[in-house]
Structures are given as C-alpha cells and as structure tokens.
Design a protein around this ligand. Sequence first.
Ligand SMILES: [Zn+2]
Ligand SMILES: [Zn+2]
Length: 268
Amino acid sequence: MRFSSIGSGSEGNGTLIAYGDTLLLLDCGFSAKETVRRLREKGIEPEQLTAILVTHEHADHIKGVSVMSSRYNIPVYLTWGTFCCKPLQQRPLVESLVTIITPHDIFVVGSIEVQPVPVPHDAREPTQFVFSASQWRIGVLTDVGSITSHITNVYKDCDALLLECNHDLELLMNGPYPQSLKRRVAGDFGHLNNQQSAQLLKSIYSERLQQLVITHVSQKNNALDRVKDALVGAVGCCSDWIQIADQKTGIEWQVLTRKERIIEEVSL
Ligand SMILES: [Zn+2]
Ligand SMILES: [Zn+2]
C-alpha cells in the first residue's frame, strides 16, 4: 500500500492512496488544470484514478471535483450533506458518477476498504477516512476542531497517519487573522492546534505506526519547529521521523514496506 500528497493546506488539498490497481484521490482542492499538473508530478495521469473521495465542502477540498469527475469520468464518493452543499449545487456532479456514503458505514472501492469517520468541523456532514488493504491501514485526519473518543478509537493501529497540525495557538492568537476567524479556527468545529494533535498522537501511538506525516499546516499561524516540538514532546519520537506534506508539493510517494512488518511479527 502506498500514499502521496499533491499538496496540503488552506489553499488546496489532495491525497493519493493506492493498492494494486486501485488509486484513490482524497479531496480535490485545486482547479482541474492544477490538479492534473500536480498528479503528473507524482507520475499519475487522471485517467488512472479509480475514484475521488470528498471529506467536506470547503473550497480547499472540493474546488476541482466536479470538473475532474466529469472530464475524466471519475466516480465520486461523498456524504449526503456534502453532496447538498452550495458549491456542488452551482457546479453539479454528474449524477451517475456519484455514490452517497454513510459516515458510519465501511465501503469498498476496488481493492481498498474505506472507513469514514464523522468529525466535528464547520461543514454540513464532514468525514475523514481510514483506508485498509491487505494488512495495512492508513489514517487521514484533517479539518477537525476537537478530538472525540470515536476518533481516538478508529485511528488506533494505523501503519501510516497523515495528521493535521494546523496552528500553534499562541501564533494564531498573536497573528494577522481577524478576531472572528481566530475564534473559528481555534473553536471546537475549526482546526487542530499542535497540542491537540500531539495529545491525539499520544493516545493512539504504537509500534505499528511506521510513517507520520504532518498535514494542513497553516502558513501564517504555525512553525515547523513548534509542530515537531509538540509531537516529540508527546511521544518521544525522533524529530527526523516526522514528515511534512506541504502546500506547494505535498509529499512524494511513501510505501508501506513488508520488511518492517516482518521484523515486527518475528519480535512478537
Ligand atoms: Zn481544509
Ligand atoms: Zn474545512
């Protein structure tokens, strides 16, 4: 199983999850043209995509979905609440390409099993996802205002975790955003700050976690050394182990390797 990001942050998001012939794009927050350019940077042609999954209707997750889906005939999976949002009313999806998902029901796309996770965020019916194939589990968690016990339970036992570390609370509060936006971002339906992400990581951390990738980092209200300090402080990991998916290029393909798992299994 492997994954990559074509970009992560408030200006656009897209995560690639692949296993066998199945290739999923999670969110499409760039224009179609820009999405294709970024996919090609990762060695992918849009025709290769099995499906696009959408977490919620904010522009940084949905901008290119309708055009990409109709132009390249790509199925789209999303909740009813997301499907009914204004941007998708204005630029509708092709109905025959839409599958409405239930945030509590696992579904399968090709050879990948997908577990949606309902999350507190200021959208209509936002979900995040855990992807499974063979023995592997990849968790993706962004755009979350507060950690629920359900989130903590579902994201245990991941081999790879792509985790939002949106802002540093002190930098946000002293930063350039207007008060109303500061309240929104820091609120229970906004985004995770470094300390919240560190707390979550501590509660789900296990030997099984091979790869940790920080995502959706605010360019105005955070600093990478603060992110790393918070995470290293929480779980005592090596700071070099923590990877970043940034706004400009995301992250290169990461492969979950059998070798490390075999070593783990032998040591059990
Ligand atoms: Zn977002
Ligand atoms: Zn959002």
